[in-house]
Write a protein that binds this ligand. Structure first.
Ligand code: NAD
Ligand code: TYD
Length: 348
């Protein structure tokens, strides 16, 4: 009968985590705190919004009074912290917002946890969700392990690295029970179409160009979002205090190869002639400071806690395409208004 605060639960990954916890742990109380920025969307959670063990609170992790009052009201045993600004391209145009939300916001939360728990840390846990991007960029060889030194390059990854350091500092200085996980690129339902896969699905559907940065040779290690949510559940319940766990699918793809596969799947699903969507591929100006390659070694999580990814990439990508094609109202809603301005500015 735990009381758990999940932050950023209306976003892409957070919504899958909230759904999993609300359904799997009916005796736990799940409070989802989300500011509902452009990336937060309560439509991601309509299937569980009326469950008795679920409460949504609209609010900002930077709001100290609100966070304090939530700890007092619910007396949380655990926090799973996902709320963040999450898009690298936006961090390049607006780095300060990333420092505020990702570093200061994490500080506000962890400080509230420390103050509320008052050194009575038994059965308490602050779980910070981070990214593999804190480790920097790999060349052709190598893989990120939990001991790879941090070397972030973008304002996004620097802000996530900063928040990871503060979380570890609270463990080392005050003895706060923490775990951190660093995950590779996620894909699946509910991802905002500013990220590579949903942006490309939306453009292919509307027969618009698919913008590939540089030569499309950058490599990412892709994990199905529901597998990430399962990993978070495993780490929250079985992870060891103070530890870091890498999460990844052992699934590296060059961007251009991934997009070609996506084009083939979309041609099939949309009943278009083979090769139609590939014609939309357009190479555009590269992202500043674009990391060449990410690859995650998740053997610690697999060996010590028994998690493993459930899906092959082709299968996950097909499921993802099917979800976007079946979710026209969701997509139309998020690509109207602000998105058009963002797209124009980013890709003109
Ligand atoms: P997202 O952008 O889809 O969702 C972020 C959520 O946080 C949104 O619902 C937004 O409204 C909320 N939020 C933002 N600022 C807030 C604030 N000040 N107060 C309260 N809520 C706020 O992000 P995502 O892709 O779901 O990522 C979730 C977490 O996982 C992030 O911490 C991210 O760094 C991490 N992560 C993401 C990936 C990935 O591939 N997407 C991979 C590894 C780690
Ligand atoms: P993205 O989905 O933004 O995730 P991240 O930058 O966190 O890895 O990008 C994934 C890869 O796709 C990355 O190498 C950048 C590239 N990319 C494009 O080529 N074109 C695009 O329009 C976007 C958004 C990304």
């Amino acid at each position: 009968m735990k009381k758990i605060l999940i932050t950023g639960g209306a976003g892409f990954i957070g919504s899958h985590v909230v759904r999993l916890f609300v359904n799997k742990y009916p005796d736990d109380t799940i409070v989802n705190l989300d500011k509902l920025t452009y990336a937060g969307n309560l439509q991601n959670l309509t299937d569980i919004e009326n469950k008795p063990n679920y409460t949504f609170v609209k609010g900002d992790i930077l709001d100290k009074d609100l966070i304090k009052s939530l700890f007092e009201k619910y007396n949380f045993d655990g926090v799973i912290h996902l709320a963040a600004e999450s898009h690298v391209d936006r961090s390049i145009t607006n780095p300060l917002e990333f420092a505020e939300t990702n570093i200061l916001g994490t500080m506000v939360l962890i400080n509230a946890a420390k103050n509320h728990w008052k050194n009575n840390f038994a059965q308490k846990l602050f779980y910070h969700i981070s990214t593999d991007e804190v480790y920097g960029s790999l060349g052709e060889e190598g893989i990120f392990t939990e001991t790879t030194p941090y070397s972030p390059h973008s304002p996004y990854s620097a802000s996530k690295a900063g928040s990871d350091h503060f979380v570890r500092a609270y463990h080392d200085t005050y003895g706060l029970p923490i775990v951190i996980s660093n995950c590779s690129n996620n894909y699946g339902a509910n991802q905002f179409p500013e990220k590579l896969i949903p942006l490309s699905i939306n453009n292919i559907k509307n027969q618009k160009n698919i913008p590939i940065y540089g030569k499309g040779e950058n490599i990412r290690d892709w994990l199905f979002v529901e597998d990430h949510a399962e990993a978070i559940d495993t780490i929250f319940h079985k992870g060891k205090n103070g530890e870091t766990y890498n999460i990844g699918g052992n699934n590296e793809w060059k961007n251009i190869d991934l997009i070609r596969l996506l084009c083939q799947i979309m041609d099939k699903k949309l009943g278009r002639e083979k090769g139609t969507s590939e014609k939309l591929i357009t190479f555009v100006k590269d992202r500043a400071g674009h990391d060449l390659r990410y690859a995650i070694d998740s053997s610690k999580l697999q060996k010590e806690l028994g998690w493993k990814p459930s899906l092959q990439f082709e299968e996950g990508l097909e499921k993802t395409v099917e979800w976007y094609l079946a979710s026209e109202a969701w997509l139309e809603n998020v690509v109207s208004g602000e998105y058009q301005k963002y797209y124009q500015k980013q890709y003109s």
